[in-house]
Design a protein around this ligand. Structure first.
Ligand code: Q46
Ligand code: ZN
Ligand code: ZN
Length: 304
């Protein structure tokens, strides 16, 4: 029988990449401490910050919200109803249920009232659903957080997400993206500070935390995620991890430690201004959200 690393109880969780085993209570404590350590390591925020967690109803964002609340941070949730059939309906219900359970506010944006649902937009735009969705989510997260008086946006991106993006950016030598792949994006040019406190926690670890904490989360993936290349990268990295535990964490942490500082000397040619319509930060005269909205309007008028 494997014993807990901290007490005499039987271990319920074994983490081969850290060579650690824990009982339920000590695992939850380890997870919260790891989140806290990451927040401190990257100087993400402190107890005076007003934090908004982007909640999808999945295990990562709800585990993050739970951990931050337990650690005593001033943290509310933010949910965007994308209008993707049963998936969105169920995830919204679970997000609301969780907010009620921990006694925190869940701020909600209904996409159908702001512009149109993702499936509706798909019928007017040829871009992949995830590209439209990404534009929309980034736009509303930033805009609403400012309007509601928050100064930090925290997302539930985990180690598997970050390692897969890093892998993809390295395969393509996308220097501009690699240069920005850091768990903290500073507040500047109208953007609010964005942080990823789960960047050193694997998908498996956050799922175990959610289950052991009794968090109800949506297990189904978004229907548009089927066939995404990032899933292949995650699978590939997980196979390497299986053979050699710690690979993902090493890949990501060593990038941050050795490569990220070097990349900062790489000159960026991006000039950021303000959107002429909504005033949000934009590289063009009109931001991608407003041009999407205009395109949608024009196509709707044409079909009437
Ligand atoms: S919600 Fe949106 Fe994801 Fe669905 S449409 Fe794609 S980006 S897969 S995280
Ligand atoms: Zn224990
Ligand atoms: Zn705009």
């Amino acid at each position: 029988m494997r014993k807990c690393y901290k007490c005499d109880k039987k271990a319920q969780v074994y983490l081969p990449q850290h060579r650690l085993a824990f009982c339920k209570d000590h695992y939850l404590e380890w997870f919260d401490n790891r989140v806290e350590k990451t927040i401190k390591e990257f100087k993400m925020f402190d107890k005076n910050s007003k934090i908004l967690v982007a909640v999808s109803g999945g295990k990562d964002s709800l585990s993050l919200w739970n951990a931050l609340a337990k650690l005593g941070y001033n943290v509310d949730g933010f949910y965007i109803n994308l209008g993707i059939g049963d998936y969105s309906q169920k995830s919204k219900e679970l997000a609301l249920k969780f907010a009620k359970k921990i006694g925190k506010t869940l701020n909600i944006v209904e996409l159908k009232d702001e512009i149109a649902t993702i499936p509706e937009m798909k019928t007017y735009d040829n871009r992949p659903a995830c590209s439209i969705c990404g534009t929309i989510k980034r736009y509303f997260m930033n805009k609403k957080a400012k309007e509601l008086g928050y100064n930090i946006i925290a997302t539930g991106h985990n180690l598997d997400d970050e390692a897969a993006v890093l892998f993809s950016n390295t395969l393509n030598w996308s220097i501009e993206y690699l240069k920005r792949q850091y768990p903290v994006l500073k507040e500047e040019n109208g953007f609010i500070r964005k942080v990823k406190p789960l960047c050193k926690i694997s998908e498996k670890e956050s799922a175990i935390y959610a289950i052991l904490s009794g968090i109800e989360y949506i297990e189904e993936e978004c229907p548009y995620s089927v066939g995404a290349t990032s899933i292949d990268y995650k699978l590939f990295l997980s196979q390497l991890e299986e053979k050699s535990p710690g690979t993902k964490l090493r890949f990501y942490s060593e990038f941050l430690r050795k490569m990220y500082p070097i990349l900062q000397s790489y000159e960026e040619k991006v000039e950021l201004g303000r959107c002429e319509i909504c005033g949000e930060p934009s590289m063009n005269r009109i931001c991608s959200y407003c041009s999407l909205k205009m395109k949608l309007q024009a196509k709707k008028e044409k079909t009437v």
